[in-house]
Ligand binder design. Structure first.
Ligand code: FES
Length: 572
């Protein structure tokens, strides 16, 4: 029988299969492991699992095999045994009804495979929007030494002399096409030049926002969030992540030592300084929730009022992720934010955030990353709104919105579902004016559509053709991090769960005040009492669809499942 010699780490001798005979279980496992051709010496080493998410349904993860190879190299060089294992992969545009619907399923997959397989540490390779949140949700629940690695952002394309990047430019050109400014042949050419390399979207969308926040929270190696997918440094980052994972295991540091109330707040500061994706609020609430930490949206507003926007990236500025990396990346922003951060937070290197920042080089391109004293905007990019229409809150990305629409009362034009929106929004007879407020109902987490990124309601064609570029839009849906406009999202509770959003009727008055953080339905309570609330969709008979419907929480709780939240108990 082969004996293991993994010091305090258990390697393949850990987490034995339950046959009622531990020695037999170890002997059987090692004999099976030897069938894979590993030498006896390698099998005695501590094990670093590598969660791989390569999938041909996920363009953003095309480079994962190369990263896996590099992580393995790092683990082997550091004296460990790297073992790769697959989990679900979520490619944003390849899933119906929406990738968010599957995020919790992926998090369960990650958590249980981390917990159930014999590994001392893990490197989690994610990238596309929901994959990094799902991996971290699982990793926090599994409470293990883990290092997050991302696939990195795409490079931009070039079309007719114009730099193009997914997906802010996708939306810009689609809006031109809808307005009749470009024809179908031109939009076809644009389609072929928006996403031209492997990697995640090229702007500060959800994927890049999550990567940057996770580096700020200490769960990723310093300087690795923004390295482009095709840059050789991305491969070196993978190798270094393998080395770091083993060191983390030896130091006995788990995700719970790193994901804390303070590091979550550091993540929020980064989100606000980036003016990052609104989706990140939902994901961070879910990740924090796995450690028993609640994100208070009133606290988000306090942080937003004291965190200026420093990063000049699309969709709010002109630059792309590749420019951000060359400009100094996350480290340069962290150095600016230093007076606002909790510097005693632990990171995956075993250093505190403060120690990390002491040793960093000082280069920064000020066109892309502004100093704290000379920001792009004085206040953070996101703000939470509360009021009779959103008792538990709603989110507005004010940095990507039109400030002339921030203090406004207008007439509601209501669409009761995504289907209703699709059927009527471009109807030439639609009764709508530029100063109306568009409302979409039944697109929240408990709806049949499972909170899609449809909060970016298209401007009705007749208004778009008349030159209208923005209009206030309100929904319980989400919005892609790459989108822009005066768009109120995540209205909570959502309409399908009986929230007041479902009581709005066309012709009602709605009052928005960003200054007062208010969103109110200006209709008498007696009148509202007479109206029917929206009803939840029918309960699915079985399977994941039923689990989702029974368990799904609201946006302010991260849209996690009830049964998955909170700190775990000794038996899981
Ligand atoms: Fe994967 Fe945008 S489609 S990050």
């Amino acid at each position: 029988m082969t004996e293991t010699d993994a010091g305090p780490l258990k390697g393949l001798s850990g987490k034995l299969t339950n046959y009622g005979d531990a020695d037999f279980a170890r002997y059987l496992r090692l004999s099976m492991a030897r069938s894979m051709g590993f030498s006896e010496n390698l099998l005695k080493r501590p094990v670093v699992g590598i969660a791989t998410t390569f999938s041909e349904f996920n363009n953003c993860h095309r480079g994962v095999p190369e990263l896996v190879a590099a992580v393995k190299r790092g683990v082997l060089a550091a004296g460990g045994l790297p073992l790769e294992f697959p989990t679900i992969s979520l490619g944003e545009p390849f899933l119906t009804p929406t990738s968010l619907y599957f995020r919790n399923l992926m998090s369960m997959d990650v958590e249980e495979m981390l917990r159930g397989q014999p590994m001392d540490a893990a490197v989690l390779i994610g990238g596309c929007d929901k994959t990094v949140p799902a991996q971290l949700m699982g990793a926090v629940s599994a409470e293990m030494p883990c290092v997050q690695l991302v696939t990195g952002p795409m490079m931009t394309g070039n079309w007719r002399g114009e730099q193009l990047g997914a997906c802010t430019d996708c939306r810009r050109f689609w809006a031109k096409y809808r307005a009749g400014e470009i024809d179908s042949q031109t939009i076809g050419e644009v389609e072929g030049n928006l996403a031209t390399t492997s990697g995640t979207c090229a702007v500060m969308g959800t994927a890049s926002t999550m990567a940057s926040m996770v580096e700020a929270m200490g769960m990723m190696l310093p300087g690795t969030a923004a390295i482009p997918a095709v840059h050789a440094d991305r491969i070196r980052a993978a190798e270094a992540s393998g080395v770091a994972a083993l060191a983390l295991a030896k130091a006995g540091l788990t995700t719970r030592d790193i994901v804390t109330e303070k590091s979550v707040e550091n993540g929020l500061r980064m989100l606000l300084a980036f003016s990052g994706s609104t989706n990140a609020i939902v994901h961070l609430a879910a990740i924090a929730g796995r450690a028993g930490i609640k994100i208070d949206l009133n606290r988000l507003n306090e942080l937003s009022d004291t965190t200026p926007v420093l990063v000049n990236l699309k969709p709010t500025g002109p630059y792309y992720m590749q420019d951000f990396h060359a400009a100094g990346g996350v480290g340069a922003v962290l150095r600016e934010l230093k007076p606002l951060l909790h510097l005693d937070c632990m990171t995956v290197t075993g250093e505190t955030l403060g120690q990390r920042l002491e040793g960093e080089p000082g280069y920064v391109n000020r066109d892309v990353i502004r100093p704290l004293q000379d920001p792009l905007q004085a206040h953070g990019g996101l703000v939470a709104l509360f009021g009779s229409l959103a008792p538990r809150g709603a989110i507005l990305k004010r940095a990507a919105a039109d400030p002339t629409l921030f203090e406004k009362e207008g007439r509601a034009v209501v669409f009761t579902s995504l289907e209703d929106l699709a059927a009527r929004v471009d109807d030439p007879d639609l009764d709508i004016q530029a100063d109306d407020i568009m409302v979409l109902q039944n697109a929240g987490p408990t709806s049949a559509s499972a909170m899609p990124e449809s909060g970016y309601l298209p401007i009705p064609q007749k208004l778009a053709k008349a030159g209208v570029k923005d209009i206030v839009r309100i929904s319980d849906a989400r919005m892609s991090g790459t989108a822009y406009g005066t768009i109120v999202l995540h209205v909570t509770p959502d309409s399908a769960s009986g929230g007041p959003l479902g009581l709005v009727r066309t012709g009602d008055r709605i009052r928005l005040s960003v200054k007062d953080r208010r969103l109110d339905l200006v209709v008498a309570q007696e009148e509202l009492n007479r109206r029917d609330r929206a009803v939840p969709p029918p309960m699915p008979a079985r399977g994941y669809a039923r689990l989702y419907r029974e368990q799904i929480l609201q946006a302010d709780q991260g849209c996690d499942f009830k049964v998955l939240t909170g700190a775990s108990t000794p038996d899981g």
